[in-house]
Design a protein around this ligand. Structure first.
Ligand SMILES: *Cc1c(COP(=O)(O)O)cnc(C)c1O
Length: 343
């Protein structure tokens, strides 16, 4: 039987977590003289280390118990914690499928964990035959799958992910930062079927809260309990918890904005392909489009000269730019600027 406990680092297994003042007394009524807080001011109290209200709202939205929810200081904290929990530095390995999100690489390097990069196919899918042997490597502890993938925009095939979840004895993190822009269902719906699955989401994209740094992951109670032990006690500030709660209370705004962004994505796609130096627009289930042009550096620079900043991804996907979907008027300005480009 799968036990996450058997996969975690020895120092994490034997860790005695920090016990905060709010852990030792969790009531809300009284005169609080236990945390060396300043009695004056509006933001003078430490935040709820367990983010109870936020988790309660999320648990209602996602119909999942709070015990299977972890809140991080952005998904970036979740990526870092996963590496620190499951991978021994200078010994264990993690695996990603490139091209993908750059933070897996950076975070692995910071933690001195070797990262294997398995290349995606030409249509940005996983070819299991290429690395199936690697799944048997005892030192491989973590696999990151980004779906919809950044910067390519596509979802990874469900059947391939299922095979990885079944065959791999370590932890599989599915990064769903862009899932709300996709028509595909979240892997959250099958969380109970895979004890080694961690589903990572964020308030930074569809919820419009990149400034607040709130990441969420969902996994078995056993895995979430380990994340909770390792995180800094006050990892998510009160202001950020409030911002996320506020967004959840305005669900209609969230839905409306997603709808606009998805419509804009499809409109933009149709217009982009009409431009003669645009060779290809890749299918996207996210809030950005990856496009192939005849000369990415030139297009990028000429857009910058017109005050429009895109992401030049030419170093990781030949002659490709990644363009975030802006507001309707921003997208019109983008198209106007593109029409002025001379190559
Ligand atoms: C933007 C993005 C995130 C979000 O990270 P935060 O730290 O939550 O802002 C996570 N994963 C991927 C693949 C992303 O592109």
């Amino acid at each position: 039987m799968f036990k996450a406990r058997n996969l975690i680092r020895e120092n994490i297994a034997s860790l005695l977590p920090y016990s905060s003042a709010r852990d030792e007394f969790s009531g809300i009524d009284g005169i609080f003289l236990d945390a060396n807080e300043n009695p004056f001011g509006e933001w003078n109290r430490y935040p709820d280390p367990h983010q109870k209200e936020l988790k309660k709202k999320l648990s209602q939205l996602k119909t999942i118990t709070s015990k299977k929810i972890f809140i991080g200081n952005g998904s970036d904290e979740i990526i870092d914690l996963a590496l620190r929990i499951f991978c021994n530095p200078n010994q264990d390995k993690a695996l990603t499928f490139s091209p993908t999100y750059g933070m897996y690489d950076v975070s692995a390097a910071i933690n001195s964990v070797k990262l294997i990069k398995a290349p995606l196919t030409s249509n940005f899918q996983i070819d299991l035959n290429l690395f199936e042997e690697r799944l048997k490597d005892d030192e491989l502890k973590l696999i990151f799958i980004c779906s919809p993938n950044n910067p390519t925009g596509n979802n990874i095939d469900i059947t391939v992910i299922e095979k990885i979840l079944t065959k791999f004895k370590g932890i599989v993190i599915i990064d769903e930062a862009y899932i709300d822009f996709s028509d595909a269902p979240s892997w959250l719906s099958v969380l109970n079927q895979f004890p080694n699955l961690v589903v990572s989401q964020t308030f930074s994209k569809a919820w419009g809260l990149a400034a607040a740094r709130v990441g969420v992951c969902y996994a078995s109670e056993e895995i979430i309990e380990i994340f909770n032990r390792v995180k800094p006690p006050y990892n998510v500030s009160s202001l950020n918890q409030k911002a996320a709660i506020n967004a959840l209370e305005n669900y209609e705004i969230f839905q409306k904005n997603i709808q606009i962004i998805k419509e804009e994505r499809e409109k933009l796609k149709i217009e982009l392909i009409k431009i003669d130096f645009v060779l290809k627009t890749y299918p996207s289930e996210a809030n950005f489009l990856l496009i192939k042009v005849t000369n990415a550096n030139q297009v990028y620079n000429q857009l910058v000269n017109q005050r429009i900043i895109t992401r030049n991804r030419a170093t990781i996907v030949t002659n490709c730019l990644r363009i975030s979907i802006g507001s309707p008027s921003e997208n019109i300005q983008l198209l106007q600027a593109l029409k002025k480009i001379e190559i």
